[in-house]
Design a binder for this molecule. Structure first.
Ligand code: PMT
Length: 222
């Protein structure tokens, strides 16, 4: 019988891709499949946590036994996360959130007309940063970073800016890492620097290693 290291803890995980509508049939999105966040939700629940999974677009089914909140856009994801923030012990932001959304959403399907068209985009709020600004000292925030270069520098910058306790950086240029795959290659940082560099492993295994670190830190007088 393995120890249930997150027994009774409330863990909120975001996963998948946000969908930013252009018109009723078109949108901007990204390649996130939801696999990384869903693996974390599943593992957290196996470890005894009460799990809320806030999910954008994903290509797999949600794990059983967790509360699933489906959202579409970054703005919806932000509202879903912030409204549930006060009761959480741990917030893990594995979702790939669009940095920009179309400035206008057309009510009707946009017609083909001119030879060229321009779409204006506006910045989305940063959900992780909003959580970082609002969280209590007892709450633990885990961010993710998908990078193609300067992994360590960019990871440290994001960790500080978003006030994350831990940051999981995937080097998405590595074979078997990042978007869509069943495996990942990550480095986990805290404000002191590198905590763990994990080799290629399944997203379930990454989730287990990450949550073991989370459980350890929750126990330490937080
Ligand atoms: O879903 P999979 O196919 O399994 O792929 C997994 C993954 C690669 C999507 C995942 O492991 C991952 O890295 N997720 C974060 C990807 C990302 O968008 O990174 P980022 O560097 O753009 O964002 C950094 C952090 O800020 C993330 O925790 C992100 O959730 C958060 N963020 C970003 C923008 C924004 N507007 N709000 C946010 O909260």
């Amino acid at each position: 019988q393995e120890k249930r290291l997150l027994e009774g803890k409330r863990v909120l995980v975001t996963a998948g891709a946000t969908v930013e509508r252009i018109d009723p049939v078109r949108y901007l999105t990204n390649d996130s499949s939801g696999k990384m966040g869903y693996a974390i939700a599943e593992e957290a629940q196996r470890m005894g946590a009460i799990v809320t999974l806030v999910t954008g677009k994903a290509s797999i089914a949600a794990p059983a036994g967790v509360t699933v909140v489906k959202v579409e856009s970054a703005l919806e994801m932000m509202e879903a996360v912030l409204s549930r923030l006060p009761e959480q012990d741990v917030i893990i932001k594995a979702a790939a959130v669009a940095d920009y959304r179309p400035a206008e959403q057309a009510e009707h399907k946009i017609k083909k007309n001119e030879d060229e068209m321009t779409m204006r985009l506006v910045k989305n709020p940063d959900i992780a940063q909003a959580v970082g600004e609002r969280k209590k000292p007892s709450q633990l925030l885990v961010g993710f970073a998908a990078e193609t270069q300067h992994l360590e520098t960019f990871a440290q910058e994001k960790l500080k800016k978003k006030r994350c306790d831990l940051l999981v950086a995937n080097d998405v240029t590595m074979e078997g890492a990042g978007f869509g795959t069943d495996t990942n290659v990550v480095r986990i940082y805290d404000s002191g620097g590198l905590v763990e560099a994990l080799p290629l492993m399944s997203k379930g295994q990454v989730a287990a290693r990450l949550l073991a670190l989370v459980a350890d830190r929750l126990g330490k007088g937080r």
